[in-house]
Design a protein around this ligand. Structure first.
Ligand code: NAD
Length: 502
């Protein structure tokens, strides 16, 4: 049955059931449409208009043509979730984590087929780890008790969150965002990247069908089926949208900050690695390869350029070669650079400015090698080449499995060059060192949201390091690795002179 026919049939069935006063409990697939919420269910005090439960919202399972419909459905779902309580939030969290893992292979393939960037094994891995995103249990109220009674501060939802997701990890970001946002009691509407929107809609529909079967809530996570700049603007402007979560590059961060809505922005990065002469070079090389090669270097936290003390540079490169890296000579580097970047003349006669050629973002090492005019041994994970500090591969957030290696003469120079190449994004930096003073100096100078020592970048997200996962790391706005608390309002409840029990 085609998707169109299936949707049409569901709409008709929903309407007929609605007229007959049909049951709200679905027992088998596909889920039937839920009833409208009880008329008094809008008493949330959040000053947001409750949308009428129009039949157009039934049977869509989160996938809508317009921001207006999606925001209406999400607001209705938010009110339903409020009524159904923490237990329903817990069910939603479990459904997302379970389905992401169960569908990891199919959805990973779907996303790769649509976006054509990254690696299938890592697309699958990114979905298998959604279970590491914190959930409902993360929210613990704070209490104060004293001579004047007790005070409780609780983390409560906003309502509808508008979320923008990147092409680099569409379903993983969306899935992790749903866990975080709904664990805090909110609903969410997504405007996905247009190049990764079809796979996102498949996941949203599957999640909502399962959530509806378990909780009776149909549209807790909504998506605009064909996202555009217009739908972004409509989502941001909609009165139901209380908060924005933006995951993407500089343009969308800027656009979100100009909307006037509070925006939590997970912005771009260009993570430098500094390698000194005290570290274990084998461990450093293995970590650089596993971090930079992950999903062909699409991760915003992925190692993008390496600064290494001159006296250990040759040894580091030898270790890179022994562990899945292949070195480009200067002619090969030049050919690849010409293919991977376009150069626009600087205004006023300045230097030509490089911008990344999107055709090479997230492509396999073999594709880059072809552009460089070389053949690769099988099993190659990453390309690397010696460059100077002003090379486009250092300067630009290039998101390719090719890492520039820059020699530096001192620790001070290594830290200074790392800082310059990070462009003050305050995102991620990595050091390989056993010298506590070098580590401390770099941590202080770089001032990044994530700082990883002696491991691959994903260790900063709980993958091989301690901590929890999110694919949205709020950098310019400062919330850090997003978690359920990021999407809450803190509200205080005060009992005066009583209920302190001693
Ligand atoms: P992108 O900026 O091209 O797109 C991100 C999202 O923003 C998409 O949904 C896109 O449609 C939308 N968008 C882009 N420009 C817009 C504008 N002017 N107005 C409204 N919407 C706009 O990014 P991408 O290529 O999909 O993803 C890679 C970028 O995202 C990199 O810069 C990477 O560092 C960053 N990123 C950051 C994090 C983080 O947690 N900090 C996570 C993943 C990706």
């Amino acid at each position: 049955m085609s998707a169109v026919n299936e949707t049409l049939i569901r709409d008709v069935v929903s309407e007929v059931l609605g007229r007959l006063g049909g049951s709200t409990t679905a027992t088998s697939k596909p889920a039937s449409a839920p009833a409208a919420p009880a008329p008094n269910s809008d008493a949330c005090g959040c000053n947001v208009t409750k949308s009428a439960a129009a039949p157009a919202l039934r049977g869509k399972f989160g996938v809508f043509a317009t921001a207006e419909e999606a925001c209406g459905a999400a607001q209705e779902a938010f009110l339903q979730l409020k009524e159904k309580g923490v237990e329903a939030r817990r069910k939603i969290e479990n459904i997302i984590k379970t389905l992401a893992e169960k569908n990891a292979e199919a959805w990973g393939k779907l996303e790769l087929d649509e976006t054509k960037i990254g690696r299938l094994d890592h697309k699958i891995a990114k979905l298998q780890i959604i279970k590491l995103v914190p959930g409902v249990d993360w929210l613990r109220p704070d209490a104060r008790s004293g001579d004047h009674g007790i005070t409780l501060e609780e983390y409560t939802p906003f309502g509808v969150v508008g979320a923008i997701t990147p092409s680099t990890h569409s379903i993983p970001t969306l899935s992790g965002n749903i866990v975080n946002i709904c664990a805090a009691g909110n609903a969410v509407v997504f405007n996905a990247h247009p190049n990764a929107a079809k796979c996102a809609a498949v996941a949203v529909r599957a999640y909502n069908e399962a959530i509806y079967r378990e909780t009776g809530i149909e549209n807790i996570a909504c998506i605009i089926e064909k996202p555009s700049l217009d739908s972004f603007n409509a989502l941001c402007k909609h009165e139901n949208t209380r908060l924005l979560l933006v995951t993407g590059g500089p343009m969308v961060v800027k656009a979100a900050m100009q909307t006037g809505k509070r925006a939590i922005c997970a912005g771009p990065g260009n993570p430098p690695v500094f390698v000194d002469d005290t570290c274990c070079l084998t461990r450093a090389a293995k970590a650089i390869i596993s971090g930079a090669a992950f999903d062909n270097n699409l991760l915003c936290i992925g190692e993008k350029q390496v600064f290494v003390l001159d006296q250990v540079a040759d040894k580091l490169m030898q270790k890179l070669s022994e562990n899945g890296g292949v070195k480009l000579n200067s002619a090969q580097l030049e050919k690849l650079t010409k293919a991977a970047f376009t150069f626009k003349e600087g205004q006023g006669g300045g230097c030509a400015h490089a911008s990344v050629n999107k055709d090479y973002i997230g492509k396999d090492p073999s594709v880059l090698a072809q552009a460089a005019g070389m053949n690769l041994p099988s099993g190659t994970q990453l390309l690397f080449a010696e460059t100077d500090a002003s090379h486009p591969f250092v300067e630009e957030e290039q998101m390719m499995p090719m890492i520039p290696i820059v020699r530096v003469k001192s620790v001070e120079e290594g830290i200074a060059q790392s800082l310059k190449s990070e462009h003050n994004y305050k995102h991620t930096a990595i050091i390989h060192s056993h010298d506590v003073e070098n580590i401390t100096a770099m941590a202080r100078a770089l001032d990044t949201t994530l700082f990883v020592k002696n491991g691959p970048s994903p260790a900063g997200l709980g993958l091989g390091g301690e901590g929890y996962l999110s694919f949205s790391i709020a950098t310019p706005t400062g919330e850090g690795i997003t978690n359920p608390r990021t999407f809450t309002r803190v509200r205080r409840c005060v009992m005066v002179d009583n209920l302190r029990i001693y």
